[in-house]
Design a binder for this molecule. Structure first.
Ligand SMILES: Cc1cc2nc3c(=O)[nH]c(=O)nc-3n(C[C@H](O)[C@H](O)[C@H](O)COP(=O)(O)O)c2cc1C
Length: 198
């Protein structure tokens, strides 16, 4: 399997505000793409994933679609949240480890250098998957709604970019929950795989 982060990773590390393995993402490309009505028409689950690496720009775009900051004061996101309390956190796992998406600074904060991908491979089509988004939250009533908004945005981005994606409830939930070592009261809600079909 090719290295997910590729050789560009070293060039993308940032200095003082982050640890060595945190990753400063490039600014998301928040213009263009497929017309909305066409993306809605093409949104679907595609259960095919290949070896083509996902570059940092695409990763930044995916995460911005999911939960990025979309207004200048930094306090609002691409999804609505109850009382704007933003009860949602997005983690990613790749072959290299686990990161938490920090939208305000467009940073991936390293959580672990141990990949959790194997915990998502209960279905055959997942064998070559390289990127899984893990949505976590705390409130019983709203967090799942926020996750649903985020995974729909990612599904639309995938349609626009020609990528495969599947929302996935079938994974080793308890193992993932334990491995993430979430803050008290936080739980894993749902996951989503995204990548290139080839
Ligand atoms: C909450 C949720 C959980 C899902 N879990 C899985 C899953 O574990 N594995 C899978 O292959 N598809 C999963 N799906 C995808 C659905 O099977 C899929 O959305 C549905 O069959 C409709 O197909 P479409 O997305 O192409 O419209 C899930 C979808 C949702 C919304």
């Amino acid at each position: 399997m090719k290295n997910f982060l590729g050789k560009t990773m070293a060039a993308l590390l940032i200095g003082s505000a982050a640890n060595a393995a945190d990753i400063q993402l490039p600014a998301p490309q928040n213009e263009g793409g497929m017309p909305l009505m066409q993306a809605l028409n093409e949104r679907k689950s595609i259960r095919q994933f290949g070896q083509r690496p996902i570059d940092m720009q695409t990763l930044s775009n995916i995460l911005w679609a999911a939960y990025g900051v979309n207004r200048p004061d930094g306090g609002y996101r691409t999804i609505p949240t109850a009382k704007n309390e933003r009860d949602l956190t997005v983690y990613i796992t790749t072959p290299e480890g686990v990161w938490r998406y920090e939208a305000e600074t467009n940073l991936l904060r390293e959580i672990s250098q141990t990949s959790l991908l194997d915990m998502f491979k209960l279905q055959d089509y997942m064998q070559d998957a390289q990127l899984v988004l893990i949505y976590t939250g705390s409130t019983a009533d709203y967090a799942a709604m926020h996750a649903g908004s985020a995974y729909q945005n990612v599904g639309l981005y995938a349609a626009s970019a020609g990528m495969s994606n599947v929302v996935r409830g079938y994974f080793q939930r308890e193992e993932v929950q334990n491995a993430l070592n979430l803050p008290y009261g936080q739980r894993v809600i749902i996951s989503q795989v995204i990548g290139w079909a080839d």
